[in-house]
Design a protein. Structure first.
Length: 337
């Protein structure tokens, strides 16, 4: 039987979480920060932390880990987002509105299925190569396992065009908005345009990103359906972009070295000083901006990359370059886990 850990002193939250865990056939251990936590913290499949106990958990020196959900039962404006990041929280939810997230987390534990790794790619300014890098990484990943590339940049020209899937039948964001019924993993994969094991969710002519609630539904289905999810983020921040970046295991911030681009990278980086896994990558012979986050490496000049993406087949040299970037990103994810 999968195991859950609840750290709380709130009687109402304790009762509700116990019921949800029991309905998912998941065992639940109740602890308060005054008790010894480390063994249960490391052993549990799912950890639920009352936001009132976050500071106590941090003072106990608990390590970052996956499958942590922070529940906040008060005013959502008082939720301590940064403290949740430091513990590795996958989701920070207002309760009871976010009860569905807890149910899904316990269901995942019952089926012994960890959610997919999520990598977000964003640029400080246009023409920095973020969309190209997101497409190349997703295409490379799809050689190993089913992968979903989610496009949240309505002005990038569409990742389906870059990957020669623009005429392929399947759902785009407007279709998802009008779809009825639950967005379960199998339904999502059946509906998306794909080439081999690469599935793509892109825009059409809509200039607007999906709502946060819609992205939540798609995000949860995607991380259950596939082994990896890549997000192509726009340069301009909005609520949807921030939601996506907050839930990514790693975010790559790309830059081309121009002054405006460096300034935007610096601004984005300083907005999220406690983001556990945001790194900068710049083009060759350009300096990285001074930010709270580390420089993960250089984005090489990839010859004929557009043609290779349209064919959905990376050349040998391109594959080696993308593989190197892929290793850097996933090394950082493992370090932060």
């Amino acid at each position: 039987m999968p195991s859950g850990l609840l750290i709380s002193a709130d009687a109402t939250l304790i009762g509700d979480v116990r019921a949800l865990a029991a309905s998912s056939e998941c065992g639940l251990t109740l602890r308060t920060p005054s008790e010894e936590l480390r063994a249960d913290w490391n052993r549990a499949d799912v950890v639920v932390v009352d936001s009132e106990q976050l500071q106590h958990c941090l003072r106990r020196g608990l390590p970052r880990r996956r499958n942590v959900i922070v529940c906040h039962t008060g005013d959502e404006s008082g939720l301590q987002w940064l403290d949740g990041y430091r513990l590795g929280a996958d989701n920070l939810i207002a309760y009871p509105a976010g009860k569905e997230w807890l149910t899904r987390a316990f269901d995942r534990a019952r089926h012994d299925h960890d959610p997919a790794r999520v990598v977000a790619v964003q640029s400080g300014h246009g023409k920095a190569g973020a969309t190209t890098l997101a497409c190349a990484l997703a295409l490379y990943e799809s050689r190993r396992q089913p992968t979903i590339l989610i496009d949240l940049d309505a002005h990038s020209g569409g990742v389906d065009h870059r990957l020669n899937l623009a005429t392929a039948p399947g759902w785009r964001w407007p279709t998802i908005r009008s779809a009825k019924g639950d967005m379960n993993p199998a339904r999502l994969l059946e509906g998306l345009p794909h080439g081999n094991r690469l599935y793509v969710l892109s825009h059409t002519v809509s200039p607007h990103n999906p709502s946060v609630s819609l992205l939540q539904s798609v995000y949860d289905a995607a991380t259950t359906a596939c082994g990896a999810v890549y997000l192509n983020l726009p340069t301009a921040p909005d609520d949807t972009t921030e939601f996506a970046r907050d839930r990514a295991d790693a975010t790559v911030l790309c830059g081309n070295g121009k002054q405006l681009d460096l300034a935007r990278m610096r601004a984005i980086s300083h907005i999220f000083p406690a983001h556990p896994n945001l790194g900068l990558m710049t083009r060759r012979r350009t300096r990285a901006p001074d930010t709270p986050h580390s420089h993960w490496g250089e984005i090489p000049q990839l010859r004929h990359i557009d043609t290779q993406l349209r064919r959905r087949r990376l050349g040998k040299r391109t594959q080696q370059a993308v593989q190197s970037i892929h290793r850097i990103i996933h090394h950082r994810i493992r370090e932060a886990a």
